[in-house]
Design a binder for this molecule. Structure first.
Ligand code: LIP
Length: 286
């Protein structure tokens, strides 16, 4: 896998990620218009974008462009650029957009610095990142070999470490896509998983799900259909806390599957998911 470009300090990239993620979080909270509606939809009628998704990304693009002008930029919404430094910023300006639209306090700004090509599964990895929930004040940061950290309000950052448990005692996070056929397939797979775990939680933000695995408020998380911007920062927060984050076959997480847990639990749920995927069969792709 790719290495950090010479002269690049992942800890400094994490500090930049946290700074701009906090700013964007304040923006989407403080400047949320009354009667916020759906500005447009993307992959389906439920895949919504608000004007604040775009404004948050525009802010991140401008700030990161000023702080790191040689870096690339890729986000969920419109606007991006190629870079020449070997570092690309991968951002989700509001992860958990439906929660933001409904004012459910489970959404985040996710900012990650990655090496490799984030547009091609399996060829990139995060080296620094931050996930900020602007409603709760939860701030997660991680950098390569620097650990994974969580702070709320004025408290000192606390180092995160995952813990093992049995599959039957595991609180399992997951999520569902915006396409009806994909959701039907995900529901079918869930019928194989639910009897094997303590319970299921569907929080609505992959970035926060991955951070919750790192902090232990979820024991395991899996989801099909995630994009690089959904997982880039949370992936590193989880791995720097000792979790394994991969696809179903031990490779880098990808659209086909993202699975995150402490190593023993990762193997146990991975086996259940492999069996479920085989029994459910392929998605009905229109
Ligand atoms: C969301 C993900 C979540 C998934 C949702 C949606 P968005 O990202 O974070 O895990 O279940 O369907 O994709 O669209 O809010 O940035």
């Amino acid at each position: 896998m790719h290495t950090v470009p010479p002269g690049t300090d992942p800890a400094e990239l994490a500090r930049i990620a946290l700074t701009v993620a906090i700013e964007a979080g304040e923006l989407i909270m403080d400047e949320r218009p009354d009667g916020l509606g759906v500005a447009e939809t993307k992959s389906s009628a439920t895949d919504v974008v608000t004007v604040m998704d775009q404004r948050s990304q525009d802010h991140l693009l401008a700030r990161l462009g000023g702080l790191r002008p040689q870096d690339g930029f890729a986000g969920e919404e419109r606007g991006g650029r190629a870079g020449e430094s070997g570092i690309t910023w991968v951002v989700d300006p509001i992860d958990g957009t439906v929660n933001y639209l409904y004012e459910i306090p489970a959404y985040a700004v996710s900012v990650a610095a990655v090496v490799g090509d984030p547009t091609t599964d399996g060829t990139w990895q995060p080296v620094a990142g931050a996930v900020v929930n602007p409603v709760t004040g939860e701030r997660y940061t991680a950098w390569l070999e620097g650990g994974s950290w969580r702070a709320v309000g004025d408290e000192e950052p606390r180092r995160l470490r995952v813990a093992e448990t049995s599959l039957g005692q595991a609180l399992c996070g997951t999520g569902f896509g915006y396409d009806a056929d994909r959701r039907a397939w995900q529901a079918a797979v869930l019928t194989h998983v639910l009897p094997q775990v303590r319970d299921i939680r569907r929080l609505g933000s992959a970035a926060l799900d991955l951070c919750r695995v790192a902090e232990g408020s979820l024991d395991v998380y899996y989801e099909r259909g995630l994009n690089p911007w959904d997982i880039a920062a949370g992936w590193l927060v989880a791995t720097e806390a000792g979790a394994l984050v991969s696809d179903l076959y031990g490779h880098a997480p990808r659209a086909e599957m993202t699975l995150a847990a402490a190593p023993g639990l990762h193997a146990a749920l991975g086996a259940v998911l492999e069996g479920a995927v085989e029994q459910v069969g392929p998605e009905n792709v229109r």
